[in-house]
Each structure stands twice: as C-alpha cells, then as structure tokens.
Write a protein that binds this ligand. Structure first.
Ligand SMILES: [Zn+2]
Length: 452
C-alpha cells in the first residue's frame, strides 16, 4: 500500500515516550532477550538458493493493467474532530506495453504522455469510520450498507463489482466445486443465527431468517466483525482497500473471460501489494487460487501444453513490510538475473518469525500465489507474488505461472520496490494522489447529504 492514513492516530500519545527510553528500560531489555527477531540470511544460504532467470521463450504481453489505490481518513467537522470518514480511491490503469516502453525512454513524464493511457477508471468510496452514522444506523450497519451500495453501483457501462464478487464466491467459472458461500454468523447486532448461506439465488440484499435483518453479499468479507462502535472502523481500512482491489482484478478477469478468453494471455496484471487476503477476508484466497489454477489449466491455442501459455498472468508487488526489508538486507548477496524463491522454511527462518515445521505453512490460508525476490539485470530488486496453482510450501521456479516473461516485463518497466524507479505504479500513484481530486467537495457533499 503506498498511502498511509493522515488522520488522528489512536495511540499518538504513546510516542511521547522516547525510543531510547523504551529500549533501555530493563523490563523491555529482559523481554527482548527472550524473543526471536529475524536475521538476514548469510551469503552462503542465499547463494545456494539463487535460481537464474531465463529469458522468456515466447513473449505474449501487449498490455499491462496496474491496480492500485489509496485512502485517507479525515475528520468531518473541525469542532468535532473525533468524527471521521475515510476517502478511498482506486482502480485499474490500462497501458500498452509499447507506450510504456516509449515513456520510459523520455527523461520526464510530461502531462501529454499521461493522455496515452488507454483507459482511466477510478472508483471512489467514502466510508464512515468513527463517531458517525448514516440516518441513525449503528456504525457497523453504516459501514456494511455503504460497502453494499458501493459494490452495487454501475460505473459507466460496466457491470457492478457485486457481480465479480459473486463470480468469485460461487466459482462462476466452473460447474464443479462449491456453489455456496457461508457467512459464519449473522452480521446484525444481537442475532446469534449461524451459517448464513449465499447461493446463486441469494440476492445482493437478503434477509436473516431469524432476526429478519439485512444480509448483504458484501457481508461475505466479514469486514463488519472488526468494526467497534466506539473505537471505530479504522482497523478495517487496509482490508477494505486490498479486498476491493482484488475484486476489481476479478471484475477485469471476468470481463475478458466473458468477451474473449485468449486476450487474457496478452495482459499482465500488476497489483500493488501481495496476492493475498488477510484477516477476516482470508477465506477469499481459496476461490481466488482456484480461479487462477483454472485459467492456467486451459489448453493453449493450437493444442500446446497449457503451462507454457497461461491465461492468467498476474504479479503482486510489495513496496513495504517485512519482505521488502529483508530484500533490501540481502540484495547485495543476490546476483543480477536471479530469483530467490521464498519457501516456507526460508520465510519462517529469516523473514517472519515462526515454526518451519508447523502444519500451517506460511500463506496457506491467505495467499493465492508464491513469493520470491527478483534481482533484475539493472540491479533493481522486486518482492513479488505470482500464482503457483495449488498451494506449495516449497515452490520451484517452474511452478510459477509464466514467471520468466513476468519478470522480464517488470525489469523493463523498472517498477521495483524502491519508490524512485516505479513504472507503471508511479504513474498510478500520480493519478490517484488525493490532491488531484476534489476531495473536499466530495466530503462536503457526503457530510451534507447523508449524516445525521
Ligand atoms: Zn440475524
């Protein structure tokens, strides 16, 4: 995620204790001495795991679709600063690879170059976050209803995002598999009804059989479970952002699949952040992994083996967090044109503290791809997730769908983990920068029309 919230942070006051004071406190020292903190892998370990990246055999990509977004939490009224809303803006940007390569050769990005973007479709959503309600509803209900209305909106001639969510939950690409989705508990306050089923005939706005309260399709993400009436909904913002970005990805995949499946082979989707669903939204990782595996098992045109020409080409790129910190620690030990495939053992040993022998390997319930660190010929470094079909705790290079071509395009775009060389994510960020939007007007309209 390239943006952080600019609103008031709940524990700002804690920062008045200095870092040195905390770290030198005997109790803290004693605690840290009993903890494990990941250390960078040594040069020998890294050298033994490096895999050289071959040039792509039969390049297919013509189009790059970058999906990114940002959000800002902001107080609504000066005299009541604890009442906050959050403004999200996100969406796909569609570039022709030829245009991007031409852009890359120019010394700066001129405004007219931006006009080369084939299509700009921005979604915006205003979410009530704290001490605010829609027409007297609870905060939790206000959040649910807002998300429900948002995914039901039609943007231009596109079908609403709710259709993409339904396609994902009910596995609309196949007649096999599970055709229902279960919400473990009624989302309405005070109701203890369990296992609400969503099937093909369930409307986007249904009803709980016990309390008769609304059950929205969007309740399948269970974001409401983390909304607290007093503490607010700030805890769900990053989950909202990443879930919606991935629903947009499904929306685009579905559009191409419905129109002309073979076109998918010519598209590289680049998503900001890992290919994963975290927290309460993590059950969505499973159908997402199934969708990727399904698309990549389709026969190639002319009857070639499917694995050489996968239909779905997608990469998640990380720019912050533990994996990026680790990559920057070891990048000098990596040779250019090599990849370090991150296995469960390696991740738990060097990146995220955990038990490598655990029966719950890293990412099994959250990721729909495998992770790797790639060093391009120009020495830019990338932390990437790429689909691997079924979950594999120790994937090999060839388990990743079309990895050689994906990495070669990343290298040519130079959208590495460092902010100073990001294309096309840099363009996306430029375009979604909140200062470019009349956000004040949007917020005022919202405040006047819907708040009580
Ligand atoms: Zn109920």
């Amino acid at each position: 995620m390239s943006y952080s919230t600019k609103g008031r942070k709940p524990f700002e006051r804690a920062s008045k204790i200095s870092h040195a004071e905390i770290i030198n406190n005997p109790k803290v020292q004693e605690f840290i001495n009993g903890c494990t903190i990941p250390k960078p892998a040594d040069a020998t370990t890294v050298a033994s795991l490096m895999t050289s990246v071959p040039p792509p055999v039969d390049p297919q990509f013509k189009v790059v679709v970058a999906i990114d977004g940002g959000y800002t939490e902001t107080p609504v009224r000066k005299e009541f600063p604890s009442a906050a809303i959050t403004f999200f803006t996100f969406g796909p940007l569609v570039f022709r690879l030829d245009d991007l390569r031409a852009l890359d050769e120019t010394p700066f990005i001129a405004p007219e170059d931006l006009a080369r973007l084939k299509k700009i479709q921005r979604y915006t959503i205003v979410l009530p976050t704290k001490n605010i309600s829609r027409n007297g509803l609870s905060l939790r209900r206000s959040v649910r209803q807002t998300l429900h209305e948002f995914i039901g909106e039609k943007v231009h001639d596109d079908p609403p995002l709710s259709e993409a969510l339904r396609f994902l939950l009910l596995r609309g690409w196949t007649t096999a598999g599970d055709k229902k989705w279960v919400i473990p508990r009624c989302p309405n306050d005070g109701c203890d009804h369990v296992n609400l089923e969503i099937t093909a005939s369930t409307p986007d706005l249904g009803k709980c059989p016990k309390c008769s309260g609304p059950v929205y399709l969007i309740d399948s993400l269970r974001l409401h479970e983390r909304v607290d009436e007093e503490q607010g909904a700030s805890g769900i913002l990053s989950y909202v952002m990443t879930s919606l970005e991935q629903i947009v990805l499904v929306h685009l995949i579905k559009a191409l699949w419905d129109a002309k499946p073979a076109l998918l082979r010519e598209v590289l989707f680049i998503k900001d952040g890992p290919l994963a669903f975290f927290g309460q939204t993590s059950p969505l990782a499973r159908p997402m992994r199934e969708l990727a595996a399904f698309l990549n098992s389709q026969p190639a045109p002319g009857g070639g083996p499917a694995t050489t020409l996968p239909l779905l080409n997608v990469v998640g790129l990380e720019k912050s967090g533990a994996f990026v910190e680790h990559a920057s620690q070891i990048e000098d030990r990596l040779n250019p044109e090599t990849a370090l495939i991150l296995t469960n053992d390696y991740i738990y040993k060097y990146i995220v503290p955990g038990d490598p022998s655990s029966t719950d390997p890293y990412g099994k319930n959250t990721y729909w791809g495998g992770k790797l660190i790639y060093k391009a010929p120009d020495r830019n470094v990338y932390v990437a997730t790429v689909p691997t079909g079924e979950f594999k705790p120790s994937p090999a290079f060839e388990d990743f769908a079309n990895l050689a071509e994906i990495l070669s395009v990343l290298a040519s775009l130079r959208c590495s983990m460092y902010d100073n060389a990001l294309i096309p994510i840099a363009l996306v960020n430029k375009l979604v920068s909140l200062s470019d939007f009349p956000s004040a007007r949007i917020l005022q309209t919202f405040a006047k029309g819907n708040l009580t």
